[in-house]
Design a protein around this ligand. Structure first.
Ligand code: MLT
Ligand code: MN
Ligand code: ZN
Length: 304
């Protein structure tokens, strides 16, 4: 199995277009210890021929250009992208679907809840239904990912992760850590390898811990270091938890909850631009490394 990190940042990317926080300023200035990152997505392949996108970010066009594995190879029109799998319906995970118009066939896997969100937004009608097959996928059952040119060789299982609906569907009084089809994690298997991808998570349940335990690679929600870091940086009023993302630090954070997690590699992904772990020289980065966690970088290939 090959995995390419297309985008390691959370919604907004790093630097974010309108953000003047310390990290974004360093990234904009070209500081080598503050590497820019595009928005949240992975590309996965079992055979190196057919690729599956895990989420489709608003930066997808740029991500495809930057990664030769995703360039056209045969004939006048071609793309190795044969399927897209979504973990929620947030803007940073669905807008890239619009880049995939232009008459290219692929399979689109998501829970019925997420498929309904796409179906209710007519702009996604730019994906020609004769070419793009939308496949609702039930939770907790592995399926072989199929592409228009044949089986991908990858199996995926969607499982519920404590979370919420997409930001643009929020309502008064909604729960922030419910396990529904609106926020899921993915368990991928190919060639005897097992990878778990959880880019958004409000709480580490026992079931989630057990799902990740023993995997060859775990990609986990690294949105914020401190729950209130956006307020502290003066860039926003929301906490990480309000956004459906548990913080990394603190007694209730992911670092503590996953202290005993055993996995071949443990990589934080979907990282907000205010998070100090984006800075290679920060003490927070050093603390993570000491605990065995890596920080995702765009363009890195991970081979489980
Ligand atoms: C999130 O992960 O909280 C969302 O991407 C927020 C957003 O869509 O802006
Ligand atoms: Mn997001
Ligand atoms: Zn910023």
């Amino acid at each position: 199995m090959r995995i390419v990190i297309l985008g390691a940042a959370a919604g907004g990317g790093f630097p974010q277009w309108n953000c003047n926080c310390g990290g974004c300023r360093r990234a904009r200035a070209g500081d080598p210890a503050a590497k820019p990152r595009t928005q949240s997505s992975l590309a996965v392949s079992a055979d190196g021929e057919r690729w599956v996108l895990l989420n489709a970010s608003p930066d997808l066009r740029q991500q495809i250009l930057a990664n030769p594995a995703l360039h056209p190879r045969h004939g006048a029109r071609h793309s190795p992208i044969g399927a897209v799998v979504l973990t929620n319906a947030d803007v940073d995970h669905i807008i890239g679907l619009i880049d995939l118009r232009e008459g290219h066939p692929f399979s689109l896997y998501a829970t019925p809840e997420i498929q309904d969100v796409l179906a209710a937004n007519p702009v996604f009608g730019v994906l020609n239904p004769a070419l793009v097959s939308r496949r609702p996928l039930a939770l907790n059952g592995p399926v072989e990912i199929d592409t228009p040119t044949g089986p991908s060789g990858l199996s995926v299982e969607m499982f519920p992760v404590p979370g919420k609906v997409a930001l643009f569907l929020e309502s008064e009084g909604m729960r922030l850590d419910q396990e529904t089809g609106h926020t899921v994690g993915l368990e991928l298997r190919a060639n005897g390898r097992r990878v778990v991808y959880v880019p958004g998570c409000a709480r580490v349940s026992d079931a989630l811990f057990n799902r990740m335990h023993g995997a060859d690679v775990v990609f986990f929600d690294g949105t914020v270091w401190h729950d209130d870091e956006m307020q502290a940086a003066g860039v926003g009023t929301k906490t990480g938890r309000r956004m459906g993302h548990l913080p990394i630090a603190g007694p209730d954070g992911s670092l503590a909850a996953l202290q005993h997690l055993r996995a071949g590699r443990k990589i934080l992904i979907h990282i907000n631009n205010t998070n100090p772990i984006l800075l290679d020289d920060s003490p927070e980065r050093a603390a993570l490394a000491a605990a065995g966690w890596e920080v995702a970088e765009d363009g890195r290939e991970v081979t489980p």
